[in-house]
Design a protein around this ligand. Structure first.
Ligand code: AMP
Length: 284
């Protein structure tokens, strides 16, 4: 595995791979890798000749009061893990490499409307513009055939797919199912912030999604009823504070009332100071 820090060096290596007729898979991450990231990388390796992964904590997608400064970072450990998962080129640009004049001075951005306004977009203004802008930059640098994203960030997947479709980008977006701990907690780099008691409390996210799944399997078709049952379960957990409970059409992310089509049940919950997200799709 080669570790590359500059755009120019990465482009040269990718040009060479493409000249050799190789396909390129790409896994963008913010690092502090866990089994969720590694699953994306392994799938990319199984499907493509060359796997590029990026580790970049993107300042553009963090709000002023969010956790950019304290977001966990460990490049040494990440390099070993990425290599073990089959990554060929690990792109770890410093912020100045991605934003030479500073991210606040970027004059160009890419923004997907409508589907970015609800769910995480409502509580994190500007977040998705930061995501689509950096993913656009990364796609232009890597020119991947396939790019792999986790269903853990369901809205992100929908937003990236929309961007790729609307802008005729030459990349196939692959969504990979959520990887969980054995007790149900969705893997996240932010889980490291949780104390032991918070870690226990955090199980309320997956538990309430299981409840929603059972209610849907049992015939419940009223989004309001589902939302109420989920809220009641989360509110019983003293360390948990609901950011949102969204029950939406799985494709359009428009709020559902009566459930007739595949539905996304998505949660954002603060456990102490840590904001966690989780979701499930009910296929019907
Ligand atoms: P992040 O480093 O949090 O930006 O995540 C990088 C990629 O890994 C994104 O596409 C995430 O959706 C994906 N990812 C993060 N956690 C998980 C998980 N538990 N299961 C599957 N994919 C994940």
């Amino acid at each position: 595995m080669k570790i590359v820090q500059t755009v120019e060096a990465l482009k040269a290596l990718i040009r060479q791979a493409k000249r050799e007729g190789k396909t390129v898979g790409f896994v963008p991450t913010m690092g502090y890798l866990h089994e969720g990231h590694l699953t994306l990388m392994r799938q990319a390796k199984a499907e493509q000749d060359v796997v590029v992964a990026s580790i970049f904590v993107n300042p553009l997608q963090f709000g002023p009061t969010e956790d950019f400064a304290v977001y966990p970072r460990d490049l040494e450990r990440d390099s070993l893990l990425a290599e073990s998962a089959g990554v060929d080129l690990l792109f770890t640009p410093p912020v100045e490499e991605m934003y030479p004049s500073g991210h606040a001075s970027m004059l160009t951005s890419v923004e997907v409307s409508e589907i970015t306004t609800g769910l995480c977009g409502a509580s994190r203004p500007g977040h998705f513009r930061g995501v689509t802008t950096v993913v656009n930059k990364l796609f232009n640098i890597v020119e991947p055939d396939r790019a792999y994203f986790g269903q853990k960030d369901a809205q992100q997947v929908a937003v990236i797919k929309q961007m790729v479709k609307d802008l005729n980008m030459n990349v196939t977006v692959v969504a990979v199912p959520i990887v969980r701990e054995t007790d149900g907690l969705a893997l996240s780099s932010r889980n490291v912030f949780l104390s032991q008691t918070e870690r226990q409390a955090a199980l309320v996210l997956s538990r309430s999604l299981r409840l929603a799944n059972e209610m849907l399997a049992g015939g419940c078709r009223q989004a309001g009823e589902l939302r109420k049952a989920i809220a009641e379960m989360i509110e019983k957990e003293p360390l948990a504070h609901i950011d949102y409970i969204a029950i939406t059409d799985a494709e359009t992310l428009k709020e559902a009332e009566v459930i007739t089509k595949p539905v996304l049940v998505a949660l954002a919950v603060r456990i102490g100071k840590t904001r966690l997200i989780d979701n499930m799709v009910w296929e019907g």
